[in-house]
Design a binder for this molecule. Structure first.
Ligand code: PLP
Length: 444
């Protein structure tokens, strides 16, 4: 019996023992193609020697120093690099241990900023109905994902909600993309006005939605509209790039492709590519200047903030991405993956949509392609896909409950940036087999 409280309290998962490149192995000798990098984490694959060496060197030198007393050269270097690579005046970095901590930090930084601007009545965030921003209580309150929120309701923080930008499901027949986009922006404005703009701190969204919906890129101009509204009402725009950031969509920040500058960006997953737990918040200069000239303190902190070994790992990851021109590789391989997925599943009766950007792709599964009717939640099709994919030696990231927190199954793919063309071909072939087996096992 395992003494770990696993997510499923009835089943112990296989024991992972080693990883190399795109391959993971378990204690029974099975090997798996890691086509989702866990949950869009392992962007360099497993066992990358440059990252491993950088971590060893840092552990030998200094494993830990508390930020109440010290900063470290490696954390400073990582922050400088993040600031240098970030667009606009996103110049200031707060290093944490993961995506949820990054989102909590962004929420608190935003709140402290409005208070120090002399607007303490601003207390409300606006987020989208179909969203996930982390599992800690603040981030959970922000996200709209009903099945995750349900056991903990009522949540600590009140959040206003608007529709996601989900063209496949929500754009009406005959409605142009421009009109659909305009309707979303209009809805956001109504929500801001209803809340009272003077009460709102910020609007938060993932530039490309990751797990809660499955690799959904925004419609053209959507984030431009968001930015314009935030400027109009003096509201902060917080981009959650925990999953879509750090090169996953072909640019270091997904929001760069929207030509929009957020006020705060949350990073996680790909920042350390799984080699260490690390996340970050990147803040625009005026936000930090306001606190510097005000209280002079950011009232926040965790024991492992700016952890040197995590910083060394993330720095090495970022160097490899640049040295090996991996953003270009993401774009090229992403185009191949799109083609392979469309060839394999474009006419599949139960694949309603194939979408994504860079190396973040998803298949949305439907009972009926014409009506887009989702599968019944009781079928738990996404779980059958996970089981069958693993039986086929494939790790993908299937998710359910993404429509109204109940219905909706999709399969997320996020292969490492170092995946070869042959890897992608094999991934898609195994996914075809896994999906057929899953449909069969679910009695479809
Ligand atoms: N935000 C987004 C968009 C995510 O996808 C996730 C995790 O999946 C998080 C936040 C939370 O990150 P973590 O699981 O590292 O706490």
């Amino acid at each position: 019996m395992s003494h770990i409280i696993h997510r499923s309290l009835r089943r112990t998962p296989p024991v992972a023992v080693s990883g190399e490149g795109i391959i993971l192995r378990d204690s029974k000798g099975n090997s798996y193609l890691d086509a989702s990098g866990g949950a869009a984490v392992s962007s360099l694959g497993h066992g990358h020697p440059d990252v491993v060496d950088a971590m060893h060197a840092q552990i030998d030198r200094l494993a830990y120093a508390h930020t109440a007393f010290f900063t470290t050269d490696v954390a400073e270097e990582l922050a400088a690099r993040i600031a240098y690579d970030a667009p606009g005046d996103l110049d200031h970095v707060y290093l944490v241990s993961g995506g949820s901590e990054a989102m909590e930090t962004a929420l608190k930084l935003a709140r402290q900023y409005v208070v120090e601007c002399g607007q303490p009545q601003r207390h409300l965030f606006i987020a989208r109905r179909q969203s996930y921003h982390g599992n800690t209580l603040g981030a959970l309150a922000l996200g709209g994902n009903a099945f995750r929120r349900k056991p903990y309701a009522p949540l600590l923080m009140d959040v206003a909600r608007v529709a996601p930008c989900y063209e496949y499901r929500d754009r009406a027949d005959g409605q142009s993309v421009a009109d659909y986009t305009a309707s979303l922006i209009a809805e956001l404005e109504v929500a801001i006005v209803a809340a009272g703009p003077e009460n709102v701190i910020g609007f938060c969204a993932e530039p490309v939605v990751g797990a809660t919906g499955g690799a959904i890129p925004p419609t053209p101009g959507y984030f431009k509209g968001v930015r314009a509204l935030c400027d109009k009402y003096g509201i902060l725009f917080i981009a959650d790039e925990v999953m879509c950031g750090m090169g996953r969509t072909g640019t270091l920040y997904a929001v760069e492709q929207e030509n929009v500058l957020p006020d705060l960006v949350a990073l996680g997953k790909g920042l350390g590519a799984g080699y260490q737990p690390i996340g970050a918040v990147v803040a625009r200069d005026p936000i930090v200047q306001r606190l510097r000239n005000g209280s002079g303190v950011f009232q926040h902190g965790h024991t492992y903030v700016g952890h040197p070994v995590a910083a060394a790992a993330a720095l090495a990851v970022q160097r490899v991405i640049q040295r090996d021109c991996l953003l270009g590789a993401v774009t090229v391989r992403g185009a191949s993956l799109r083609r392979l997925l469309r060839d394999a599943f474009g006419a599949h009766p139960h694949v309603g949509d194939i979408r994504g950007r860079g190396l973040l792709w998803a298949l949305e599964l439907v009972r009926d392609r014409d009506t887009k009717e989702p599968f019944a939640p009781s079928l738990k099709l996404h779980e059958a896909v996970r089981t069958q994919a693993m039986a086929c030696g494939l790790i993908v990231y299937p998710m359910g409950g993404t429509i109204d927190g109940e219905r909706g199954d999709h399969i997320l793919l996020a292969p490492p940036f170092v995946a070869t063309e042959a890897d992608l071909v094999e991934i898609v072939a195994r996914l075809q087999e896994a999906l057929e087996r899953a449909l069969l096992s679910a009695g479809v």
